[in-house]
Design a protein around this ligand. Sequence first.
Ligand SMILES: [Zn+2]
Length: 95
Amino acid sequence: MAPWFRSATGRGSVERVRVVMRCGDVESLLLEFLEGELAPEVEEEALEHVAGCPACELYLAEYADTIELVARWGGEVLEPGTANRILAAVISELA
Ligand SMILES: [Zn+2]
């Protein structure tokens, strides 16, 4: 599991208060982010934000649920939490 994902769901998420990006920034970058087209430092900032922002974490999870990437994991019906797992896998693949 990627470190950012663990911090996003674990008890230590409040420690990461260095929020540079805002929710709107992450949303506007999302497509490039998922396609791995962001500059590494921008992607890192986005991940930092998502790690400390439950709203964006949910947004990414829901987005990941809707995109074609799901088909790469067999197209199985997703249960709650599965999108997060897929997203973590996608991000670790891009890294
Ligand atoms: Zn946010």
